[in-house]
Ligand binder design. Structure first.
Ligand code: ZN
Length: 422
């Protein structure tokens, strides 16, 4: 249905689907205007104008890819970035168990080549390096790539696409394992990116990618995982179509809990006879069809569901403030930018927030100007409530903050719907 001719010859423009080039007519959700999610302001920026861009998400009526228009180029977003994966315990754990599993399943050893796209600060590749397996990272944010290189992980500070793949392939750096976690959503030129993976993969090599599962995003109201950095939102069915158009077949899929519910897909060359599609691919595809992924009506209910989530959170915050209680935030993740801006939550509700990442200390959240401090601030000020902004890590955070119970402080978790935890 989506032949390669169609992909390469059709002109790209800002209102057409980034995969199949059909015109985009249907809204999935409109979150209004929002600043870039990984922008943190210093004190001297607070009185200046700030750029806001539309967070208007569409669904393609032809291929059902859910997507944002590209208002901001990746060069602008990712060249200097504040997201250091090593500060997140749950990511490290996932990375370690992934490495053990994948090395065993595909017999990777000192003769193998591992390539990770969007390798961040090397938080994952360090586990391959520890096992003596050759690994190369690709990370466009120069400040983050530098951290990885200092740790001894070879890292190329460039954007991935066909061009870089060709350079690496001719330099005999083709991959036995080519992986990319939470990068597929962040690629505006999806066809160039996947064509690049096809080029870089050895004949019997394996691609694995993790990305948030659209079905979970809808089910669990995770609208704050929508931000300008995430250009696309995938179901198994939509990602299979895109891979197939580039000669890649998804032969296995796992549903994993990270980032509020993600898929980990396994793909190989479509003409690689050494791999066969396992039943759980067929099973998940059927479940998505039953849920309604291939019908437009399925997507239309989300906009109202999001508005109701906002009303419930504001009701709870307003009641808490009327009762004379103090609320502070925990975390300043990208998703907080969407949540706080869409709901209009500023210092009128939250005195401050805290984050473990020292890069953010002394800075302010974009658009809403909430100050960000070291986590110790909570013990100093003894608030009545802590609003957990990275709700996907709520269990880890509530355990870390167990001491707040000493003064009767409770937690508020905003998603899937506002709820108080004792
Ligand atoms: Zn499309």
């Amino acid at each position: 249905m989506f032949g390669r001719e169609l992909i390469e010859e059709a002109p790209a423009n800002s209102t057409s689907c980034r995969f199949c080039r059909s015109m985009l007519h249907y809204t999935f959700v409109d979150l209004g205007m929002s600043p870039l999610c990984e922008n943190y302001l210093s004190a001297d920026q607070l009185n200046q104008m700030e750029p806001f861009y539309p967070l208007h998400v569409y669904v393609c009526e032809q291929c059902f890819l859910v997507q944002l228009e590209e208002h901001v180029s990746p060069e602008k977003i990712f060249t200097e970035y504040a997201y250091f994966s090593s500060y997140i315990g749950a990511l490290l754990q996932n990375a370690k168990s992934y490495t053990d599993m994948i090395v065993e399943r595909f017999n990777l050893d000192r003769k193998s080549q591992v390539v990770e796209i969007a390798s961040n600060d090397g938080y994952l590749l360090q586990y391959f390096v520890q096992k003596g397996i050759p690994a190369i990272g690709i990370e466009p944010a120069a400040n983050i790539a530098e951290v990885a290189i200092k740790k001894g992980i070879p890292t190329i500070a460039k954007f991935f696409g066909k061009k870089l793949a060709q350079e690496m392939a001719s330099d005999s750096k083709k991959a036995d394992l080519l992986l990319g976690n939470n990068v597929l959503s962040q690629v505006p030129n999806l066809n160039d990116f996947i064509a690049g993976m096809k080029i870089l993969l050895k004949q019997e090599g394996v691609i694995t990618m993790e990305f948030p599962h659209l079905v979970r995003l809808i089910e669990r109201n995770e609208f704050d995982t929508i931000y300008h950095e995430h250009y696309s939102y995938f179901s198994l069915i939509s990602v299979e179509k895109i891979f197939a158009a580039h000669g890649l077949t998804i032969f296995d899929v796992e549903e994993i809990p990270i980032h509020g519910g993600s898929l980990r897909i396994y793909a190989g060359h479509s003409d690689d006879a050494s791999k066969s599609v396992v039943p759980r691919v067929v099973e998940l595809r059927q479940r998505e069809e039953v849920a309604g992924i291939t019908k437009l009506e399925y997507y239309f209910a989300f906009d109202e569901q999001v508005k109701e989530t906002k009303r419930k959170l504001l009701e709870l915050l307003i009641k808490t403030k009327r009762d004379g209680k103090t609320i502070v935030g925990y975390g300043a993740p990208g998703k907080a930018t969407t949540l706080l801006n869409y709901c209009g939550i500023r210092k009128d509700f939250i005195d401050y927030t805290v984050d473990r990442n020292p890069y953010k200390h002394g800075k302010f959240t974009a658009g809403t100007h909430i100050p960000i401090f070291h986590p110790d601030k909570i013990r100093e000020t003894k608030p009545d409530f802590v609003l957990i902004l990275p709700w996907n890590l709520k269990d880890e955070i509530m355990t870390q903050l167990d001491y707040v119970k000493e003064w009767g402080c409770k937690f508020i978790v905003p998603i899937p719907e506002a709820k108080i935890y004792p």
